[in-house]
Design a protein around this ligand. Structure first.
Ligand code: ACO
Length: 386
């Protein structure tokens, strides 16, 4: 009987002249929508206030049975299909999330099970809304160190279950969803400079403990620990506007490029005013910045991979284009990476071959509490977007 491999860690030496590139992408958002008009029935707010202060018009809300793991698994299955590979071709699964189904096991392990992977190493990563940039950097390091050939990098959130639906200053901002990419090792030819080098070009990651309790979820392991998001909006807004521009600029410089050489910026989708500030600060026109927060709100670690997946589908990235993602979030953390796109966008059509019914997260007998949407939202969940 052959011994089952339980990890993807097959080497240890740093491979010279190796980078990574994205070969698969996909996303999943719940069908149920919650509009600003719906929110007017839950808290004292208005469509006008939310739209002018944030740019958000509606967000998706997970229904019973939809969780961070189930949405992440479906997004990941689509990314595998787009890359044209099987679950067992993947050596590592990293899930960035601040709303895991459980504290233990990791959401990544549940996703591994749903995909039918038998060999990938799998773990979750906590860096709030910057989580996808952090997870991408970790996977890049893993692959360029020679520990594997392919990684699934997933950002997935069920923020509707971490929001205080009586707090109008936070509940209008967040939504649910997941996005995923397949990241593969790529060996470079000698002498390829920044202006032509394919694949991942640079990173910039930071963490600032001065914001630790300005954006947080107290819950942990203590009895009665509060599981709901608390936020000092004004302080977070100031941090976001300051750090997003700085981190994006640093990543672009580190890639050996100027902003003019970047074709698309995919920012964390928190607030249109923050994105407009970044646009001005780095002199990058809004036409070259991808925005979908009007449809989904802030989906934290899922926002950049969902936006990336939609940007490719919308024809905003073609082979040879350079894009920069930039995020900020709880911690405070921030992160950016710069990549030259190389995949054929037409491969995106392969995602349709994934049958959602075939991707199932195994649950304990009798279900799990993580499956339940908040009672206050039940009345809105019957309405389907598609
Ligand atoms: N509807 C109506 N009024 C509201 C609402 C609402 N939903 N929320 C707050 N208000 C009121 C406030 O009570 C306040 O009233 P007051 O003046 O009588 O006290 C007034 O609106 C103004 O509030 P401000 O906080 O000054 O509004 P601001 O223009 O700063 O916008 C916002 C608030 C949108 C939250 C902004 O501060 C922001 O975007 N901050 C960043 C938040 C963010 O992006 N967080 C996610 C981080 S990512 C992560 O890791 C999860």
């Amino acid at each position: 009987m052959s011994e089952q491999r339980i990890g993807g860690t097959t080497g240890s030496a740093q491979i010279p002249n190796r980078t990574t590139h994205i070969t698969g992408w996909g996303h999943e958002v719940p069908a149920a929508t919650l509009t600003n008009a719906d929110l007017e029935k839950i808290v004292e707010t208005s469509d006008e206030w939310i739209t002018t202060r944030t740019g958000i018009r509606e967000r998706r809300i997970a229904s019973k049975g939809e969780t961070t793991a189930s949405m992440g698994a479906l997004a990941a299955a689509r990314a595998l299909a787009v890359a044209g590979i099987k679950a067992d071709d993947v050596d590592l699964i990293v899930v960035a999330t601040l709303t895991p189904d459980h504290l233990m096991p990791s959401t990544a392990v549940l996703i591994k099970g749903a995909l039918g992977s038998t060999r990938a190493a799998a773990f979750d990563l906590s860096a709030a809304c910057s989580g996808f940039a952090y997870a991408y950097a970790v996977a890049h390091g893993f692959l360029t160190a020679g520990l594997g050939q392919r990684a699934l990098v997933i950002g997935a959130e069920t923020l509707s279950r971490a929001v205080d639906w009586s707090d109008r200053s936070t509940c209008v901002l967040f939504g649910d969803g997941a996005g995923a990419i397949v990241l593969e090792a790529l060996d470079l030819e000698a002498g390829q400079g920044a202006a032509s080098r394919p694949g991942t070009l640079s990173f910039e990651l930071s963490a600032d403990p001065s914001g630790a309790y300005a954006l947080w979820i107290p819950g942990g392991v203590g009895e009665g620990a509060d599981p709901l998001i608390k936020m000092d909006g004004a302080k977070t807004y100031v941090y976001a506007t300051r750090t997003m521009a700085a981190v994006a600029t640093a990543a672009i410089e580190r890639a050996g490029l100027t902003p003019a050489q970047v074709d698309l910026v995919i920012p964390h989708q928190a607030n249109i005013r923050i994105i407009e500030h970044v646009s001005k600060a780095i002199s990058f026109p809004m036409e070259k910045i991808f925005v979908n927060l009007d449809k989904y709100g802030n989906t934290s670690a899922a926002s950049i991979p969902i936006a990336l997946s939609e940007a490719v589908a919308a024809g905003r990235l073609k082979p040879g284009d350079v894009f920069c993602t930039v995020a900020f979030g709880g911690g405070y953390t921030s992160g950016a990476f710069v990549t030259r796109w190389g995949a054929d966008p037409a491969h995106g059509a392969r995602a349709a071959s994934v049958d959602p019914a075939s991707i199932r997260v195994v649950r304990p007998e009798g279900g799990a509490k993580a499956d339940e949407p908040p009672a206050v939202l039940q009345v809105f969940l019957g309405r389907r977007h598609r």
